[in-house]
Write a protein that binds this ligand. Structure first.
Ligand SMILES: *Cc1c(COP(=O)(O)O)cnc(C)c1O
Length: 228
């Protein structure tokens, strides 16, 4: 075990305790390790800590890490890649061989391309509860139509994903509650919500998957790749 492996294992235990303290069943709330902006070693450390589900925001970063890991002596760690960042249609083909769960489906053109390149793929529809365009997601009122269109395309819609609102706790909570209500109405089991800073609120509102980066790996280094 490397020093990084040990740090991540300890950090994961702390995050699991936070989930539990917020009233979540640590067995029922999945912990997705977000490795964007972290070196490829972070992915191996997550896997070593039992976090086999790993999230990346940028297609290029995801594929480059997956390829680096594939070249490891002894074979790559067994990880399931989740794409959680804003997705462009022209990046879908490149990502398709790797992605286990597409978490950021927010419009029909992207859904159609995913259905084309990865027929039957598991997806989440991203809901925009912040009102900010930057973060992607479709407005709550559009969610039923996007979910239906994804299903019609043969995609396996598991649930909804959202980035918490920027604001006070009440605003953050209201956003997550919107997601939960929509998921309940549509009969969708998965609610991917909550990050390092707001996971307690998300768990309180019924999150089934928290996406955690900095609380596991520390601050992200370097600049984010552009053009994605
Ligand atoms: C970066 C990111 C995260 C993780 O954020 P942290 O604050 O580092 O935990 C989760 N979800 C999405 C969509 C992200 O882009």
């Amino acid at each position: 075990m490397t020093a990084l492996d040990e740090r991540v294992q300890q950090a994961a235990a702390l995050v699991r305790r936070r989930i539990e303290a917020a009233g979540g069943d640590p067995e029922a709330v999945q912990l997705l390790a977000v490795t964007k902006g972290q070196p490829v070693d972070a992915v191996a450390a997550a896997a070593a800590a039992g976090l086999a589900d790993v999230g990346e925001s940028y297609v290029q970063e995801l594929t480059s890490k997956a390829e680096q890991l594939a070249g490891l002596a002894g074979g790559p760690p067994a990880v399931r890649w989740h794409l959680i960042g804003r997705l462009q249609r022209n990046k879908v083909r490149q990502a398709a061989p790797y992605v286990h769960l597409w978490q950021s489906i927010d419009r029909l053109s992207v859904a159609a391309e995913v259905a084309n390149r990865a027929p039957g793929a598991a997806v989440l529809v991203q809901v925009n509860v912040t009102g900010s365009d930057q973060q992607g997601g479709c407005p709550p009122a559009r969610v039923p139509a996007v979910v239906e269109a994804c299903t019609d395309l043969g995609l396996d819609v598991r649930g909804l994903m959202a980035i918490g609102a920027q604001g006070n706790d009440a605003e953050v909570r209201a956003g997550f509650r919107t997601v939960r209500d929509l998921a309940d109405r549509l009969g969708l089991p998965e609610r991917s919500m909550g990050m390092s800073g707001d996971l307690e609120i998300a768990v309180g509102e019924g999150s089934t998957m928290v996406r955690v980066g900095t609380a596991l790996f520390g601050p992200r280094g370097g600049s984010q790749p552009v053009g994605n």
